[in-house]
Design a protein around this ligand. Structure first.
Ligand code: ADP
Ligand code: ADP
Length: 229
């Protein structure tokens, strides 16, 4: 589902954030990406949804898209297959919960009836059907994250990328979000999640990729967090 061979990302300021990384992530896997601040986690996952372009590499494929060759105008097709969730939710403040989620389907030309049915379906999955008409500012942090997850999966992506999805949430709410991500993973979606949350990583065990200084230093089936931050 995700394949990298010797992928490097050097920013224009000459910082090399990812140094010749190779990985293979299969369909249906749940993978944590951990490492100290500034180690290259965000850059590594941004390469997967083409938020950043690789500087060089032998191969960079995600959900059958060749990200070394993809043109800017083809990126929307990639984004149908790769949903993204952020630490700060990134919901549109002037749109309701319904509109925030529906928008992702509107931009790819789905029919209004189809959109309505699917939006209610994903809102049901995240347990927020009763909040369909409210604005993001009227929701708690955990609820906003659930809306952002609903938006990320509304087009049934093959891969869900999450960049510190529990970073702004209290422990109890973080667990709710983790159970939701696990449920989505159990339905067949590949999940890649960058995190600093030692408790979650050590409790809900999954494959763990540890990055330091732009390099993969560990890749373990059910690894522990092991960093001191
Ligand atoms: P992490 O997510 O592990 O904190 P990042 O991928 O954000 O790491 O950063 C890795 C390195 O790349 C850091 O040295 C950071 O300062 C640098 N970096 C990140 N984004 C940019 C950018 N847009 N331009 C220049 N340097 C960047
Ligand atoms: P928690 O602390 O459990 O994350 P909050 O105390 O922020 O959640 O919110 C509890 C409930 O109150 C939620 O259902 C949320 O939707 C609602 N709520 C929070 N802030 C507002 C607001 N400004 N306007 C309307 N409802 C709100």
């Amino acid at each position: 589902m995700i394949e990298m061979q010797d992928v490097t990302k050097k920013y224009p300021n000459k910082t090399t954030a990812v140094r010749g990384i190779s990985i293979h992530i299969s369909q249906g896997e749940f993978v944590y990406v951990v490492g100290p601040s500034g180690s290259g986690k965000s850059t590594f996952i941004k390469l997967m949804y083409r938020e950043e372009k690789a500087t060089s590499g032998q191969k960079l494929e995600v959900a059958r898209h060749d990200l070394l060759k993809i043109k800017n105008k083809e990126v929307p097709y990639l984004r149908r297959d790769v949903g993204v969730v952020f630490q700060d939710f990134k919901l549109l403040p002037r749109k309701t919960v319904y509109e925030n989620i529906a928008y992702a389907m509107q931009v790819i030309g789905r029919k209004p009836r189809e959109i309505k049915k699917r939006v209610m379906e994903v809102l049901d999955l995240v347990g927020l059907k009763h909040k369909v008409r409210v604005f993001p500012s009227e929701l708690s942090g955990g609820e906003q994250q659930r809306v952002s997850i609903a938006r990320a999966i509304v087009n049934t992506p093959k891969v869900l990328i999450a960049d510190e999805p529990t970073g702004n949430l209290d422990p109890e709410t973080s667990w709710e979000i983790m159970h939701l991500l696990e449920r989505i993973n159990n339905q067949g979606t590949t999940v890649v999640m960058a995190t600093h949350n030692k408790t979650i990583v050590d409790t809900m065990r999954h494959r763990l990729i540890a990055i330091e200084n732009g390099l993969i230093v560990r890749d373990e089936a059910e690894g522990e967090y092991e960093f001191d931050d």
